[in-house]
Ligand binder design. Structure first.
Ligand SMILES: [Zn+2]
Length: 67
């Protein structure tokens, strides 16, 4: 079984589509990925849902802004 999933996220800083290879074999992850366009960090959180056999992915700018 291949545990790497490819996903595209939209950079919250500049709107650029960034391609990610997600390794879900190590369970849930919480890390930062640098945008290839604007070089700002995107906070990536992944959660593998065992029931749905699907990845929930959340990402945000992590810039401490609250609306
Ligand atoms: Zn960007």
């Amino acid at each position: 079984m291949i545990n790497v999933k490819s996903r595209t996220v939209i950079c919250p800083h500049c709107g650029h589509h960034t391609h990610l290879d997600l390794d879900v074999s190590n369970g849930d992850q919480d890390y930062y990925e640098e945008c290839t366009n604007c070089c700002q960090e995107i906070h990536i959180k992944t959660h593998f849902d065992e029931v749905k056999r699907a990845i929930d992915i959340a990402f945000d700018a992590d810039d401490e802004q609250f609306y």
